[in-house]
Design a protein around this ligand. Structure first.
Ligand code: TXA
Ligand code: MG
Length: 352
């Protein structure tokens, strides 16, 4: 398949409107369009078409029992596709449009293949002007998982979408770098409570300001075993992983530097390191990627997936990174990194 690659920098320009019209026509004809969002790029198709959903699973190489998020232009558009509640509108008022996905029981307007046969549907109203304009131009919701080949890190710029999906989709819209860089926070509504299934840009603390009862699902921090009953099927699959094994180091910054020095000599320089700004001066710049100042968690989020992809190109034996703390946005960083590392954590101490 030939993939059209187009750039949109100013969604309100005449040229952009024409491009969005072409993209919407592709969606109407059952085709696939990759769109930028504020979290990560999404691999979009018509959310009301079972055939389009099957095409998405195929293009991504994803099992068809792992459901898709439907993207809407305005919070109230959810009415047509699922059973909303006052809690949904409280969440919408606080966080939409934005990086929050809400799971509710679905209506028949969404075909079963979109939701992997589940009786619930995940709904998100993206803030990105290009995503929002595309949904409006199309006039229907867009089903979109992250625009990576299943198992690879989510793409936060068009370059990595092209690497993964060129030849597998009809169009890729390049809207520049994604602002947040981590996928949306996912919550499931259960009566007046929320279950946090995937942490993201909207933190646990922010959710508790809107809803008194928020629980963190076990799968956010723990390894799930085959046979476990999971609320979100995506948590069962290998995720975010580069081909080079990733090991997270649990210890203070001084021990981190000592450990890396020792590993650099053991592997004759064939170890990649993802670290904080400034640490490259202590460990040398070869095979090293910085993701921002130690305290700047938003920067870590923005650069996390790209750092994993770049580290994978170094041809090293192993990739080392700090084990993130679980507070605030750190919980989302922890959740992604622990899975990229297949839960491999090494405790380090000075002198080790
Ligand atoms: O930021 C995001 O959420 C991006 C952008 C493109 O919007 N999308 C995204 O989609 O990350 P995806 O498919 O890569 O991740 C969605 C996760 C999957 O793990 C899936 O299992 C879960 O949401 N999910 C979707 N619908 C669900 C449902 N009805 N019940 C439980 N889990 C669901
Ligand atoms: Mg994904």
């Amino acid at each position: 398949m030939e993939t059209k690659i187009v750039k949109i920098t100013e969604p309100n320009s005449k040229e952009a409107k024409e491009t969005l019209r072409t993209a919407a026509d592709i969606l109407s004809a059952g085709g696939l369009v990759v769109m930028p969002t504020e979290t990560v790029y999404g691999l979009g198709g018509d959310a009301t078409s079972g055939d389009a959903a099957m095409k998405i699973y195929q293009a991504k190489g994803r099992p068809s029992d792992n459901p898709l998020i439907i993207h809407i232009a305005e919070p109230r558009d959810a009415e047509e596709y699922c059973h909303t509640s006052p809690l949904y509108y409280k969440l919408a008022k606080a966080f939409m449009p934005g990086p929050l996905t809400v799971i509710m029981s679905k209506k028949e307007t969404i075909p079963p293949s979109v939701t992997g046969g589940r009786d619930t549907v995940a709904v998100r109203c993206p803030a990105h002007p290009v995503a929002n304009a595309l949904i409006r131009t199309f006039g229907k919701p867009i089903a979109a998982p992250s625009a990576n080949v299943s198992g690879r890190p989510s793409p936060t710029c068009a370059k990595y979408v092209i690497e993964d999906l060129c030849g597998r989709v009809d169009m890729i819209i390049d809207g520049g770098e994604c602002e947040i860089g981590l996928e949306s926070t996912i919550v499931m509504i259960k009566d007046d409570s929320l279950i946090l299934l995937r942490p993201g840009g909207i933190t646990f603390d922010a959710l508790t300001l809107v809803c008194e009862s928020v629980t963190i699902d076990e799968s956010v921090t723990n390894r799930m075993k085959e046979g476990d009953v999971v609320l979100s099927p995506g948590t069962m699959y290998r995720h975010y992983s580069p081909s080079t094994p990733v090991v997270l180091l649990d210890g203070d910054d001084e021990s981190f530097i000592d450990f890396i020095h020792a590993e650099q000599s053991r592997t004759s320089g064939k170890c990649a390191v993802i670290c904080y700004d400034g640490e490259e001066k202590l460990i040398g710049e070869k095979n090293v990627i910085t993701i921002g100042a130690k305290e700047d968690l938003a920067s870590h989020g923005k650069h996390l997936f790209t750092s994993l992809r770049v580290a994978d190109t170094f041809g090293c034996e192993i990739i080392y990174a700090h084990l993130p703390q679980k507070e605030g946005l750190g919980l989302a960083l922890y959740n992604r990194m622990i899975r990229a590392a297949a839960h491999t954590v090494k405790k380090i101490q000075k002198g080790n």
